[in-house]
Design a protein. Structure first.
Lengths: 188, 449
């Protein structure tokens, strides 16, 4: 499995059916109805997080929390090693004849290093996994998907009852349905 | 089943739709700046100029242009440093702590509070850096290999912990602020018309499309960042207080400092957030988003933290008496009745007594009054740091070392100038970035339970 989530790109894909919703409750019930029919929803693009939608369309729980923990451990170890090297190995300083070894005064710096590595490590992995990069060309289906519209995409496959699906979408509150193929959208 | 709440007051008033939110919040960005913005920005630039001149004079002539001396070696500079760091903390607390506690009222105010954090930390950092005197060797504070006989930095010193704490705090806050803003930058990207604006908003939106997969990760990342920012913010002000508490100066050498400083930071930070938002909601027409309910919630926090700080002041007095250490006892009696009594009583009346007015509903719900009180809180908190630093230092153990201290014109200029940095940044932020978190506010338009 690659690091970048390939589901996020809309390029080089087959024909897709696109449904547009205005209301999140209607969208949630439509998603549930479509999934109940055994049809796989590719993705839903929303202007704000719609809670529960990820579970309905089967988005797996992200493992970024584990990544964050590992980054934190890395930060902690690196800071410990740094202080140990500078204080114990390279140039031990005799302060009031105190023993040269780990002391609680190391903790603040180790703690800050842990937080720094956790935040940035997790941030970098989040950007990588979510296919986010400065200046990358976005795959917008509708300019209003960052404003007030919710866009559902379903990849079509052979034997799929496309008309039935479109009717279901409309019945469940879709204000518009479109077909997306080779970068071109047609209202249907 | 999801129901609309009939008990709780609505967090966003005016029956707004998602499209209304986008339109209202992006209006200042898409339109020409208003005259209020232009006046405010020009005024900020004037103060920024004052900062530039004062800083140039300090670096050009040397630290001697400040009135600090051999006993009062910390004066306005460190007072201002602690003052600004404290202000910065409210941003993290609003975003992180209130997110962990699922307080939805934070959603209208977290963005501007986080921006405030970043700008306030920039202002704060100026003071210890330039207090070094020879600022060009400031990198000596970093653990870098060097040619001075392998001398490393002193990891036992809270001043070094501060270097790590403040820099971590700044960078992590910046990341938290930026990640939180990406969906909104994408919204602006899809609204702006000019090519240059489109390029830059596209650059910073990092290709955000609002995919459910991205939202799921985004929310997890926000939660974890909030989880780690909470101990971070506590650690930063604890370390700032350790700058004092680990010394052997009467009045500083107390174990109550960390919680007392953290409470003071929340107190002053909320004071500054209230100052900014009471004005911003009026000038930018955000009264439906930053409602009286929001202001009331903030005043309650101001009152609680003000009282906590007040209790800390009284506890210090009690412990000084109880410890039977004559130096400690003298330090506190001298604070209240010595030559700096006016600073001490300004602190007491602004921080402990004045916020008690928020027991009354009228005081909590009248914007102009909250504005005045927020200024009072900040004046009080500046005096708190001044009292801690100057009253403890001006009476040394040896009476022959007793001195008086007052800030020089350059020191005053530097302090006023940091308001220039702060407000210049804030006005630019208000012009180019959404002041309210649109994507979060859109989730609370319906008053769900």
């Amino acid at each position: 499995m690659g690091l970048v989530d390939k589901n996020l790109s809309l390029r080089n894909r087959g024909k897709m059916l696109v449904g547009v919703w205005e209301d999140e409750d209607a969208l949630l019930s439509a998603s549930q109805a479509i999934m109940d029919k055994g049809i796989h929803i590719h993705d839903v693009f929303t202007p704000y997080p719609v809670h529960g939608l990820d579970r309905i369309i089967g988005v797996k729980r992200s493992r970024l929390a584990r990544v964050a923990f590992l980054c934190g451990l890395t930060g902690l170890s690196l800071m410990f090693l740094m202080i140990w090297y500078m204080y114990v190995k390279d140039w031990p300083v005799n302060v009031g004849n105190k023993p040269v070894r780990f002391s609680p005064s190391w903790i603040p710096v180790m703690f800050e290093g842990t937080i720094l590595c956790t935040a940035y490590g997790m941030g970098i992995f989040f950007f990588l996994r979510s296919r986010m990069l400065h200046g990358i060309k976005n795959d917008l289906l509708d300019e209003r998907q960052t404003d007030d519209r919710m866009i559902m995409t379903i990849e079509t496959c052979e034997g799929m009852d496309e008309q039935g699906l479109i009717n279901l979408m409309k019945e469940k509150g879709a204000v518009e349905t479109r077909e997306f193929h080779n970068g071109v959208q047609t209202v249907i | 089943m999801i129901h609309d709440s009939i008990i709780r007051e609505r967090l966003v008033t005016g029956d707004k739709t998602a499209a209304d939110v986008t339109r209202d919040i992006s209006r200042p960005i898409l339109n020409q700046p208003s005259s209020a913005w232009k006046i405010g920005f020009t005024l900020s630039l004037v103060f920024l100029g004052i900062f530039g001149v004062s800083l140039f004079w300090t670096v050009w002539t040397g630290i001697g242009v400040w009135n600090i001396n051999k006993s009062v070696m910390w004066g306005w500079d460190i007072t201002n440093f602690v003052f600004w760091v404290g202000i910065g903390h409210a941003g993290t607390l609003i975003s992180a702590v209130l997110l962990l506690f699922r307080q939805k009222w934070r959603m209208s105010i977290n963005r501007s509070a986080e921006a405030m954090t970043i700008f306030a930390v920039v202002c704060a950092a100026m003071f210890p850096v330039f207090h070094m005197g020879r600022v060009w060797v400031g990198y000596w504070a970093l653990p870098l290999p060097n040619a001075f006989g392998s001398l490393w930095v002193n990891f036992n010193s809270p001043l070094l912990w501060d270097v790590f704490a403040i820099s971590t705090y700044f960078t992590v806050s910046l990341l938290f602020w930026y990640i939180g803003m990406i969906p909104d930058i994408a919204t602006i990207r899809d609204k702006v018309k000019t090519k240059t604006a489109k390029y830059w908003y596209n650059f910073f939106s990092m290709g955000w499309t609002g995919s459910t997969r991205s939202w799921a990760r985004y929310e997890l990342v926000s939660l974890i960042l909030a989880g780690i920012s909470t101990p971070l913010v506590l650690s930063v002000h604890t370390i700032v207080s350790a700058d004092f508490a680990t010394s052997v100066i009467p009045g500083w050498h107390t174990t109550i400092f960390p919680p007392y400083f953290v409470a003071g930071a929340i107190f002053s930070g909320f004071g500054m957030v209230a100052t900014l938002l009471v004005v911003a909601r009026k000038v930018m027409n955000y009264e439906n988003y930053i409602t009286i309910g929001h202001l009331e919630a903030m005043t309650k926090i101001i009152m609680v933290t003000g009282t906590l700080v007040g209790i800390a002041y009284l506890t210090e007095f009690f412990i000084a008496w109880y410890s039977v250490v004559e130096y400690e006892q003298y330090a506190f009696i001298n604070r209240a009745t010595g030559p700096y009594w006016w600073a001490y009583w300004s602190m007491m009346s602004c921080n402990l007594i004045a916020p008690q007015v928020f027991w009354f509903k009228w005081a909590r719900t009248t914007p102009w009054f909250i504005f005045i009180m927020s200024i009072v809180v900040n004046v009080g908190m500046w005096f708190e740091r001044f009292v801690i630093i100057v009253t403890s230092l001006h009476r040394d153990y040896l009476p022959s070392s007793w001195v008086m201290y007052s800030g020089s014109l350059t020191e005053v200029g530097l302090f006023l100038g940091t308001f220039g940095i702060f407000f210049t940044c804030f006005f630019l932020f208000a012009k180019f970035l959404p002041v309210i978190n649109m994507s979060e506010v859109k989730t609370i338009l319906r008053n769900r339970e």
